[in-house]
Design a protein around this ligand. Structure first.
Ligand SMILES: Nc1ncnc2c1ncn2[C@@H]1O[C@H](COP(=O)(O)OP(=O)(O)OP(=O)(O)O)[C@@H](O)[C@H]1O
Length: 647
């Protein structure tokens, strides 16, 4: 009835049980927490919690002289070194690295695994001081709430800011602000730096990359900096030096393809000159339209998608008026290839079957052309790179990926980024952007990638820059109020570092922009040497090259540049002159034409009217350091002008 009683022997390495000649040895390290010996109705028994099976082994034992204190002492002797070592490692990690989400996950997991070992029994022996301290640390961690984590992170940031003060004071031409320093020190796996125009986002991007090298032992070649356009990437490269990798997304794609294929891919000749692409489209359509059924499709396509009425297809294709249609088809091919990459075609096909039926044969011919040329296009640069990354053909050497102008990201670029980041569990993405300046929907950008960042890239730490340096408070107030009329824009708390000495806005009522320009420049020339940007929605609203050169000769102290609102992104000047601000066809805000197929391939626009044009005006309004000169047409001024809260 009472069965056999085992003989218990405790040794340094193990505990031994012998019953009826059978022996079982259990190593202390395989025991979850110290076994307990108890004296009951049926004699002595020992409870041994096993780590692997999670079961508690209960064995009746013969009378012996062993005590619970001895069990604890031997178990502790076997486990304490590991605990002290682990806690030491965690503490070192927390002292030397920002508590990123992945590190927090890791620490929580390790502490969680220590709890059953160390917090599920009460010691009845005297433990050494360092062990008691380690157990206390485990207890402390288990009680951490989100406030404690935030407080810990803040303390880390303050400590680092103090320790690296000389670095932050000198790394850029002007000492970094507190918010800029925070953005450099925080190193979460996903981090979004949101800030308005002129707050020094680009300065932070550069400083942060250098800070990583300076303070964390990260090597420059482990950092990848991505800029939106060629010019920005070149500027970044010049600023950062050769040891940093500064690319555009397309250059990154090329780099990956070249690394995998062992040679630089050839860019299709069709993309080198617009005329070549036009000729290809024309030839392709001429052949396709030999079939009456396709010709009918094409005529319908031109009407619905391009608002172009055609009677004679051959004459149309050979004439100059086909240029814009052919250009539009080239644009559609790019978006079609992106939509295919994102597996969006079936949805588009449901709504635009006929339009796609017209486009698809052109795409097929185009793809065949590239194949025969053994060349790729811009879409392939990204698409192929994604494929190589997803198939692990390319080893990603970068731990830190930093992306400027994040508001202009397109879904395919986001896919490339995610493919890049997913190769490593400890990858870091630092995204810098301003949803108020998202102006490239027409080329595929999706502002929701920044406004709903977490859904696309994972839970992020969001930081902000609160001070604008470029322009005075009045420009900040007027431009922020204007862009925030759209409730879909994220709210930002900003203040300007300066107040205006001269009025920040100067409105001129004009009959003709070009005539008024001379008068205004003459006045500006009185200020001495100054930079002046002439800005408009379209090139045709700006003075011609010759006229600009003439004005430059007339006002040698002024540094004159003319560009579109889009091109002014990232630029600044003492004065800006905003031209072409009239309402109506070809004016501003531009009225989008209904292009159903193209529209279905672009990101959803939201319901707020002229949202993108509004952001474009915000970009234009935030380029002046001192004063914005607005040319207000006497007839048909842009409704945006009325909205500006300028007296
Ligand atoms: N800490 C600072 N102290 C003084 N000036 C600064 C500081 N940081 C940046 N600036 C200045 O602010 C201006 C804007 O900086 P930067 O071009 O980096 O801003 P940005 O946020 O990228 O602007 P945008 O989004 O409009 O392109 C620059 O003239 C820069 O030198």
């Amino acid at each position: 009835m009472f069965g056999n009683y085992a003989k218990l022997t405790l040794q340094n390495e193990r505990l031994q049980l012998v019953t009826s000649g059978q022996s079982r040895a259990i190593l202390w390290r395989d025991i979850l927490y110290p076994p307990t010996i108890s004296d009951g109705l049926f004699g002595l028994s020992i409870k041994i919690p096993l780590s692997k099976s999670n079961e508690v082994l209960k064995v009746r034992i013969e009378r012996c002289g062993y005590t619970n204190e001895q069990c604890q002492a031997l178990w502790v002797a076997s486990h304490s070194k590991c605990l002290i070592h682990t806690i030491d490692k965690i503490e070192r990690l927390l002292k030397t690295q920002y508590l990123s989400s992945k590190n927090l996950e890791l620490v929580t997991e390790i502490i969680g695994s220590l709890v059953p070992h160390w917090l599920s029994w009460r010691p009845c022996i005297m433990l050494p001081e360092n062990l008691r301290q380690a157990i206390y640390t485990v207890t402390e961690f288990t009680q951490w709430q989100s406030d404690d984590i935030e407080a810990f992170r803040s303390a880390y940031i303050s400590f680092q800011a103090k320790q690296h003060k000389p670095f932050f004071d000198c790394i850029e031409s002007r000492p970094l602000t507190e918010a800029q320093r925070r953005a450099c020190i925080i190193q979460d796996n996903r981090q979004l730096l949101l800030a308005g125009a002129g707050t020094g986002k680009t300065s932070v991007m550069a400083a942060r990359a250098r800070f990583l090298v300076h303070s964390t032992g990260t090597k420059a070649e482990q950092i990848l900096l991505l800029a939106y356009g060629n010019e920005a990437a070149k500027e970044l490269k010049q600023r950062m030096g050769e040891e940093f990798n500064c690319f555009t997304f397309h250059a990154l794609g090329m780099h990956i393809i070249e690394a995998v294929e062992g040679q630089k891919p050839i860019l299709s000749a069709l993309l080198s000159e617009q005329v070549k692409m036009q000729a290809f489209m024309r030839d392709t359509l001429q052949v396709l339209c030999l079939q009456p059924s396709y010709q009918a499709l094409f005529i319908q396509f031109c009407q619905q998608e391009c608002h172009t009425h055609i009677t004679d297809v051959t004459a149309f294709l050979n004439g100059p008026s086909s240029k814009s249609v052919l250009q539009h088809i080239a644009t559609l091919i790019s978006h079609y290839k992106n939509a295919s990459l994102l597996k969006q075609l079936p949805t588009i096909e449901l709504e635009h079957t006929q339009l796609l039926e017209c486009l698809k044969p052109i795409v097929a011919e185009y793809q065949l052309y590239l194949k025969n040329e053994q060349a790729i296009d811009f879409e392939d640069m990204i698409g192929k790179a994604i494929d190589y990354l997803e198939r692990r053909k390319y080893f990603v050497p970068w731990h830190h990926v930093m992306v400027d102008e994040f508001q202009d990201l397109s879904p395919v670029r986001a896919k490339l980024l995610n493919a890049l980041l997913q190769q490593s569990k400890q990858s870091f993405l630092f995204a810098v952007g301003d949803d108020w300046q998202s102006i490239y929907r027409f080329s595929g950008a999706d502002v929701r990638l920044i406004t709903h960042f977490n859904e696309h890239f994972g839970e992020a730490t969001v930081t902000a820059l609160d001070k604008t340096f470029r322009y005075p408070q009045q420009i900040l107030d007027v431009s922020s109020q204007f862009v925030c009329a759209n409730p879909g824009q994220l709210v930002k708390q900003l203040s300007a570092s300066t107040q205006s000495v001269t009025p920040a806005f100067n409105k001129y009522s004009v009959d003709d922009d070009n005539e008024a320009l001379d008068t205004v420049l003459e006045k500006l020339a009185q200020y001495g040497e100054s930079s002046v940007l002439l800005l408009a929605r379209y090139h045709r609203m700006l003075p011609t090259k010759q006229r600009l050169e003439q004005l430059q000769r007339k006002y040698p102290y002024l540094e004159l540049k003319a560009m579109t609102f889009h091109a002014s992104k990232g630029k600044e000047a003492q004065f800006t002159i905003l031209m072409g601000l009239y309402e109506g066809k070809g004016g501003f805000p531009a009225h989008a034409r209904a292009q159903p197929l193209l529209n279905s391939m672009l990101s959803k626009e939201g319901t707020y009217p002229y949202a993108e044009e509004r952001r474009l005006f915000y970009v234009a309004l935030t380029r002046a350091k001192q004063q914005i000169i607005l040319f207000e047409p006497k007839t048909n001024p842009s409704p945006f002008l009325h909205e500006l809260n300028v007296n």
